[in-house]
Ligand binder design. Structure first.
Ligand SMILES: [Zn+2]
Length: 390
């Protein structure tokens, strides 16, 4: 049966089920005949598969479509049962582990956040395992599709290995294998900013209706998640999206990565704090944190305005370079630095003035998931890979 290209009938049935679930996630509630039109599957196949999925509790009939009373039989609508399954999302940051239980429509049901004061692999892995056990304690194992975990750095998402994370000071840590020793659920690992991009793309824009999206994170560090053709773009050896280490001034100041003149050495929270430490060297009791500097900027303190404006300028130029290279449909801005008016207004100014393309309305939006983006995005990864078999 060469036309099956090596797939068995049950593989095909599973593929078609995943296809229907994705269509309903994107555009539901829908009638069976609408699902048939969108999917290209026959009405008979759609009926059989939706019946199965309703029996499994993943889909439900939600009432009749309105407005077609005069054209004979009313069509029943079909929708996802958001609480049919749950996913666990975790973000391992430098100072915290955040976690949450997410339903199939991206609602965050439970949250648990703990502080970290160590970079020890062993301690952080044990704490992550504890967090997963605690947050899922009231759920049955078969209710949970899997655990998505985001961490900073370059991550082999196929093997679940943190290849290099300068922020955590980790090299070649097989996070997936370590977690699987204690947690008997499917575990997937990815870069935290990439997960933020996925979460925003899936849950805030109708499960991927924006096929080309850039997600820029500017906090203590700088990262970028790239979605092309509706899917995350990883690049050669998972290295795509290192916007923070693109060069804005050759031979400029030294970056945390050891190179000179990276964007991260100008426009990250880390760079802003060290610039601030220079100008406020005599303020012994001042707490050098991004939020405090943003506050001083809002209060019109001159050197705060200057430092934030300069940082925003280089960020705007860098985003415009990306726009000219990739021409995305949407750029999502995430992180507390974009809350600063001096920073953000220069981002917008330099982004627009350096844009070459013909699109007269460059679409930038603030993140809707904010500080929960990585946890919710980790849940989106599980839905994508496990439920939708992507
Ligand atoms: Zn760098």
């Amino acid at each position: 049966m060469s036309y099956l290209k090596g797939k068995s009938m049950s593989d095909l049935r599973e593929d078609n089920s995943a296809k229907i679930i994705e269509i309903v996630l994107k555009s539901g509630p829908l009638s069976r005949s609408e699902i048939s039109n969108i999917s290209g599957l026959t009405k008979a196949s759609v009926s059989t598969i939706t019946r199965q999925l309703i029996d499994e509790g993943l889909l439900e009939e939600t009432g009749f479509q309105e407005g077609n009373k005069s054209v004979g039989r009313k069509r029943k609508n079909i929708d996802i049962v958001s609480e049919a399954k749950y996913v666990i999302g975790v973000e391992i940051g430098v100072k915290t582990i955040k976690s949450g239980i997410i339903d199939l429509k991206g609602n965050l049901l439970n949250e648990l956040k703990i502080s970290l004061n160590t970079k020890s692999e062993k301690t952080i892995i044990n704490k992550t395992i504890d967090v997963i056990k605690k947050i899922s304690a009231n759920f049955k194992k078969n209710e949970i599709l899997g655990v998505g975990i985001g961490a900073t750095g370059i991550i082999d998402n196929n093997k679940g290995v943190v290849i290099k994370s300068p922020n955590l000071n980790w090299n070649n840590v097989n996070l997936k294998k370590e977690i699987e020793k204690q947690i008997s659920l499917p575990i997937l690992i990815d870069n935290n900013v990439r997960l933020m991009a996925l979460g925003e793309n899936r849950f805030c824009y109708n499960w991927g209706e924006i096929p080309r999206m850039l997600f820029i994170h500017a906090g203590y560090g700088i990262g970028c998640g790239i979605i092309l053709n509706g899917e995350l773009y990883y690049g050669y050896k998972f290295g795509a999206g290192e916007l923070g280490h693109t060069i804005v001034i050759p031979d400029g100041p030294t970056c945390t990565c050891g190179k000179n003149g990276c964007l991260e050495a100008f426009s990250s929270g880390h760079a802003i704090i060290s610039n601030y430490e220079e100008v406020k060297a005599d303020s012994k009791n001042y707490l050098f944190e991004i939020n405090n500097i943003i506050l001083e900027d809002e209060n019109g303190i001159n050197y705060a305005n200057e430092i934030m404006s300069k940082a925003g300028k280089y960020m705007g130029v860098s985003i415009s370079n990306l726009l000219n290279l990739l021409a995305p449909d949407l750029v999502v801005l995430h992180g507390e630095l974009f809350d600063s008016e001096s920073y953000y207004s220069n981002v917008e100014k330099y982004l627009k003035s350096n844009f070459f393309g013909v699109n007269d309305k460059i679409l930038t939006k603030r993140s809707k998931l904010n500080e929960k983006a990585a946890v919710i995005g980790a849940g989106a990864l599980i839905i994508d890979r496990i439920l939708l078999k992507k």
